[in-house]
Write a protein that binds this ligand. Structure first.
Ligand code: 2RA
Length: 341
């Protein structure tokens, strides 16, 4: 007993994680299909660690009729073509691209934060997954918002190269090797050298000088958590393979001590508090790879404002920032709306 599930973009970084997480969490599946672009047709990929191999099908020729859920990680252009096609055939699309995130008829869901918003999914039969940097931030901030009403967020991100796909990971690897052996380290995927460097630029520039990645953090946080929250972001690419980090400063309507915030975060869904205030008593990105949790460390009071806190937040961007959140949405959809086949 279970659902007929499609993973679209199954050969990419996020698609592979989706398959792994469906298997790890024993999502109830009666049949699974891996689909991707024509380039990957016929390739065999692992269904997580189940030992089962899946033959990749061409999304152009895939008929979604009779399939229950499709997890999409194929980017906005391909989603524009195939998202409505799958949705119209009755297969609910959970989309990882930015295409539908701000569509008022499409719920944008982080299950720990706004699960009830999923109930509007039938308008388009599409549910959007937020951007990686937003997802982990709202998981960390929602319990604090519930306790003391956050009014303003100032966030700086330290985003790993896997957020830019396999090409980003390859570039960091190759540049690092080239620098060691004295070969040129020309940027291709990124605008500047990423190895042994940081780049204050993710996604395209907007007219106001912010980047689209920074804009996403603003508008998505408002849609998921509270339209009244003010957010300002600086998004930075760092030479880390997997795991996004964020330094987050918040202002709140009411006072909340660091100790009380720690207590709240210790109990919060999806959050793991690691905050020992000693050498190494915090989490770094390499420690969160492969985990489900959003880690919070370094919680402290901001002495420069009346009701302020500062914290450090780390999560596996391919998991909570993408594939895990999509699978959690599928679980939520199953619990609230779907009958098992
Ligand atoms: C990044 N936000 O890290 C993207 C991935 N969704 O580039």
């Amino acid at each position: 007993m279970g659902y007929r599930v499609v993973v679209a973009g199954a050969t990419g970084n996020v698609g592979r994680e989706m398959l792994a997480i469906l298997a790890e969490r024993e999502f109830p599946i009666s049949e699974i299909a891996a689909v991707a672009s024509a380039r990957s047709q016929g390739d065999e990929i692992d269904f997580g660690e189940t030992g089962k191999k899946l033959k990749v099908q061409n999304i152009e020729h895939f008929d979604p009729t009779g399939w229950d859920i499709a997890l999409f990680a194929i980017g906005s252009d391909a989603t524009k073509v195939h998202g409505p096609r799958f949705a119209a055939a009755g297969c609910t699309v959970i989309d990882n691209s930015s295409l539908y995130r701000m569509d008022p008829d499409v719920p944008l869901i982080v299950p720990e934060v706004n699960p009830e918003a999923i109930d509007g999914y039938r308008k388009k039969n599409i549910i959007a997954n937020p951007n990686c940097s937003t997802a982990q931030m709202v998981v960390a901030l929602k319990p604090i918002h519930d306790a003391a009403t956050i009014t303003r967020v100032v966030v700086s991100t330290y985003q790993s190269v896997s957020g830019a796909g396999k090409a980003g990971m390859d570039e960091l690897f190759e540049q690092s090797r080239n620098i060691f052996v004295g070969d040129p380290a020309e940027p291709k995927k990124f605008t500047k050298q990423i190895a042994f460097n940081v780049i204050p630029h993710i996604d395209s520039f907007l007219d106001d000088g912010f980047t689209k990645e920074e804009w996403k953090m603003v508008v998505e946080t408002k849609k998921i958590m509270d339209p009244k929250i003010k957010v300002v972001a600086t998004c930075v690419r760092v030479p880390v393979f997997v795991g996004h980090s964020e330094a987050i400063t918040i202002e709140m309507e009411r006072e909340l001590s660091a100790a009380d915030a720690q207590k709240i975060l210790r109990e919060a869904p999806g959050v793991m508090l690691v905050d020992k205030r000693e050498d190494g008593g915090y989490i770094t990105p390499v420690e969160c790879v492969g985990d489900f949790a959003t880690y919070v460390s370094r919680v402290r009071e901001d002495p420069t404002v009346e009701n302020g806190l500062v914290l450090w937040c780390v999560s596996d961007n391919l998991r909570k920032g993408a594939a895990l959140n999509a699978v959690q949405i599928a679980e939520l959809l199953g619990r609230r709306h779907l009958k098992k086949a």
